[in-house]
Design a protein around this ligand. Structure first.
Ligand SMILES: Cc1cc2nc3c(=O)[nH]c(=O)nc-3n(C[C@H](O)[C@H](O)[C@H](O)COP(=O)(O)OP(=O)(O)OC[C@H]3O[C@@H](n4cnc5c(N)ncnc54)[C@H](O)[C@@H]3O)c2cc1C
Length: 350
């Protein structure tokens, strides 16, 4: 059997694409990823990056308030039991993702809990293989596999995720725990400058910890950070440990000077932001699609979501190294479904 459209990925891009494709009667199949240790370690379990966070305050339509009744009535009872009790403050990441998934299922999307490990794009229909060994053909593919934030890999980073450790200032910077206290940003590229400058609006001070004596960031971005009186740079320094405890989460970091190992300093901070880039989830693609230098899938006719292979569309963070937000991922997920629908119609495959 040949699927009309296969959606790979289960973040806001994948579910939005599924909702639109299902409503267009394309009978989409969504591969949402597998629940396994490998995906847990990488941070790529089903439901995507938002499933790794607590509150989502900036997705339109979900103001703070008691969502309990709505969630109880809209999400499958079985699923609801696995979600953390709601704190009555708007929507949490896992809840928002379950709502999107349920909405896609309600319109008839078929969801398979498995990873796609191989996609052969050399001839149409495309050949797809999953981790559990299922093989099938598909006319169109929407790649919505997202990206994962890079961390330094310290055990202490892992321990305090959602308790002061973050990789997204725009997402988390305005949360109460990060306001009016010192924060730490690690990194030296454009995104570190952007995160530090953004956080300086809320924090009492921002320390950028950077392992070299100059930034990799563009001059304009670096100058903006360096000229901000709330931002201080710890040059030639690395993070040894994120400090904290179970009650307060992050309370600071211990940094070490790379030129003089004996120079160790503790910085008090209520938050630690890793700004050392993201890795798009594209391993299963081999080198079959054009990508940017940093490995993000390229849209060949922006703002359309077409990729370098006809019939393959990309949406969300896997093709976006700039905005990286749930709402932008959902927006391009919608666009990808519409692009796929039109392409299938042009091929006489609707
Ligand atoms: C901690 C944290 C907090 C955040 N908070 C916010 C916030 O408050 N507001 C906001 O707008 N944004 C937030 N973001 C960013 C937001 O989560 C992302 O921009 C958004 O989730 C990207 O959506 P996506 O659909 O592109 O993919 P992702 O959410 O990255 O999901 C893709 C998923 O697809 C699946 N997948 C990957 N490869 C395969 C494969 N080969 N086969 C099958 N499935 C696969 C995996 O389960 C993967 O996780 C946050 C991010 C993080 C990490």
């Amino acid at each position: 059997m040949t699927e009309r459209v296969t959606i790979i990925g289960s973040g806001p891009a994948g579910w939005t694409a599924a909702i639109y494709a299902a409503r267009a009667n394309l009978g989409p199949v969504v591969y949402e990823g597998a629940f396994n240790e490998d995906n847990r370690q990488k941070g790529t379990l089903p439901l995507g990056q938002l499933a790794l966070t607590t509150e989502v305050e900036n997705f339109p339509g979900f103001p703070a308030g008691d969502m309990t009744g709505y969630l109880d009535s809209s999400i499958d009872d079985g699923k609801r039991r696995y979600m953390a009790p709601h704190e009555k403050q708007g929507v949490s990441g896992p809840e928002l993702m379950e709502l999107m998934r349920q909405q896609a299922i309600n319109f008839g999307a078929k969801v398979i809990t498995d990873d796609i490990v191989e996609l052969k794009l050399s001839e149409r229909p495309f050949r797809v293989r999953s981790l559990s060994g299922t093989e099938f053909n598909t006319h169109a593919v929407i790649i919505a596999t997202g990206a994962r934030a890079n961390y330094l890999g310290l055990a202490s980073e892992d321990r305090f995720k959602n308790m002061g450790v973050s990789a997204c200032a725009v997402c988390d910077g305005a949360l109460p725990r990060f306001r009016n206290s010192p924060l730490v940003v690690v990194g030296g590229g454009d995104s570190a400058m952007e995160e530090a400058t953004f956080l300086a609006k809320y924090a009492s001070a921002v320390y950028i910890v950077h392992r070299r004596d100059e930034f990799r960031a563009s001059k304009i971005m670096a100058d903006r950070a360096l000229n901000n009186e709330k931002i201080h740079v710890k040059w030639n320094s690395v993070i040894d440990e994120v400090l904290g405890d179970d009650e307060n989460g992050v309370t600071g970091v211990r940094i070490r000077n790379v030129d003089d190992e004996s120079q160790v300093e503790e910085l008090g901070a209520s938050g630690y932001f890793a700004a050392i880039g993201h890795t798009p989830n594209t391993d299963f693609l081999g080198n079959q699609l054009a990508t940017s230098e940093s490995g993000y899938v390229t849209w060949t006719q922006p703002p359309r979501t077409n990729t370098s292979v006809e019939g393959v569309f990309a949406a969300g963070d896997v093709a976006d190294d700039r905005y990286k937000q749930a709402i932008t991922a959902a927006g391009t997920g919608c666009a990808a479904a519409l692009d796929a629908e039109r392409w299938l119609a042009d091929q006489g495959l609707e």
